[in-house]
Design a protein around this ligand. Structure first.
Ligand SMILES: *Cc1c(COP(=O)(O)O)cnc(C)c1O
Length: 447
């Protein structure tokens, strides 16, 4: 019996010995290289981490709706729990219970990691649950988080008001800070225990880029052997236009709700990084259950197949739309990363852009001539672009930060961040660029 081939072509015994769960044995070696050529993420998104022969030949992974997984024998069950509880390093070798993981989530995590060549990745129920799980895994009372500012509003709330209640302290530097300014904040923070350095680049809505290489150099110089990890929210430019792990970051955080999901039809988050950091964060996720569900994971697998197509098109569209808007008589200024190179006074930011980014993205700030009245008239006149917050979807969105996402920010801070009444935030989608230009033209005329 033992040499009767299983669907995977391996004797049944070997299969159970390897993982304890037959369905998780990958029978066919996966092709990641052809003739020394390393396959690109856009190619790997169609098959990486999934073998159809394990699911009745189904070309696409089925959605595995189950809360728990059957062990082949008691010893295998015990081995899994040794992995889950950390008694044995490396995590569970098979699937155990759906708060810990599932087939759809594992395929998603394998594919997410591919984009930034991360050692490992985790999927979460939202961007915020990813960030909250990261923080809970990394900090304890009395610790300090050093962060760039401004951050996504809910992240600032989480650090200042939620973790603050548990005795966690924070110190921040402005997103565009120089090495000297970063050093000054790090030196002050180093008098306490810095558990985490947390960045977000570009900052919203200022679009200021953080010099991740300078932050890493500063951290290395000031902290010596006991280095706190550097985590960065890469939602606005990743994974296509910026890959922070290649510039000194240890952990990358995503709201997959935005460009990665890309169709404005789901909420999810991701964390990528070294195996050691991901293991720490996974243990916390296993405890509190912030994993994404199988259905959302499946939708994200579909999204990843077109990620490069969508982001490339959105990026090209944004370049065309911004080139048009920039010289319009009713426009004061366009805050688009692609223009940094020829903006007077933006030499430092342009230098960071040149070193870190491969594209300007498709989310930018449009400063109209006038104030709230002009902004509202423009927004209300749009026919193609939808009036909604969020970004990174196939459709173009426009919103008014001062009156919407940043309404509760105190006036002085709004002023400092450049969140003025004439600011409109735009996220360009994958529509026809000339149609979008026609829409913006008529909306500007309507002011
Ligand atoms: C949207 C967003 C988040 C939060 O993500 P959710 O998926 O809404 O929880 C975090 N950071 C940035 C930069 C975002 O744009």
């Amino acid at each position: 019996m033992s040499d009767t081939p299983t669907p995977t072509g391996m004797p049944a015994e070997t299969e159970a010995d390897l993982t304890g769960v037959a369905a998780r044995v990958a029978p066919k070696p996966e092709v990641e290289k052809i003739g020394g050529r390393k396959l690109k993420p856009s190619t790997l998104m169609m098959g990486h981490g999934y073998d159809p022969s394990l699911s009745e030949g189904s070309l696409k992974p089925p959605i595995f709706l189950t809360s728990t997984f059957v062990f082949p024998n008691a010893a295998a069950g015990k081995r899994h729990f040794e992995g889950v509880t950390g008694k044995r390093p490396g995590g569970a070798e098979g699937l155990v219970y759906s708060r810990f993981n599932g087939p759809n989530q594992e395929i998603l995590e394998d594919r997410l990691g591919v984009w930034e060549e991360a050692e490992d990745a985790l999927a979460f129920s939202s961007g915020m649950s990813a960030i909250a799980t990261l923080f809970l895994a990394m900090v304890k009372p009395g610790d300090t988080i050093v962060h760039s500012g401004p951050l996504y509003a809910a992240t600032e709330t989480l650090i200042g008001r939620v973790l603050g209640k548990f005795g966690v302290k924070w110190l921040d530097f402005p997103a565009g800070a120089t090495r000297e300014e970063i050093d000054a904040v790090m030196t002050e923070a180093a008098t306490g225990n810095v558990a985490l350095i947390y960045l977000e680049s570009p900052a919203n809505p200022t679009n200021a880029l953080v010099d991740v290489e300078a932050v890493a150099a500063s951290r290395d110089a000031i902290f010596g052997d006991e280095k706190p990890p550097i985590a960065i929210d890469n939602t606005f430019l990743g994974p296509l236009w910026f890959q922070p792990l290649k510039h000194g970051a240890d952990i990358v955080v995503y709201s997959l709700t935005k460009y990665v999901g890309g169709h404005s039809d789901l909420v999810a988050g991701g964390v990528l990084g070294t195996k050691a950091h991901i293991n720490t964060i996974r243990t916390m996720r296993n405890t509190i259950g912030t994993i994404t569900d199988p259905n959302t994971a499946w939708m994200l697998l579909r999204s990843l197949e077109t990620l490069e197509l969508r982001m490339s098109r959105a990026g090209e569209n944004a370049a065309k739309v911004c080139a048009y808007l920039r010289h319009h008589p009713k426009v004061e200024r366009v805050g688009y990363l692609g223009f940094l190179a020829d903006e007077p006074g933006a030499e430092r930011q342009a230098d960071i852009y040149r070193r870190h980014c491969t594209g300007g993205g498709s989310t930018f700030s449009l400063y109209l001539k006038g104030g709230e009245r002009e902004s509202f008239a423009f927004l209300d006149a749009l026919k193609i672009a939808k009036l909604a917050v969020s970004l990174g979807g196939t459709e173009t969105l426009a919103s008014h930060p001062a009156g919407m996402t940043h309404l509760s920010v105190p006036d002085a801070r709004k002023q400092a961040l450049g969140i003025t009444d004439n600011l409109v935030r735009i996220s360009i989608g994958v529509e026809d660029a000339d149609d979008l230009i026609a829409d913006f033209t008529q909306a500007l005329e309507a002011i």
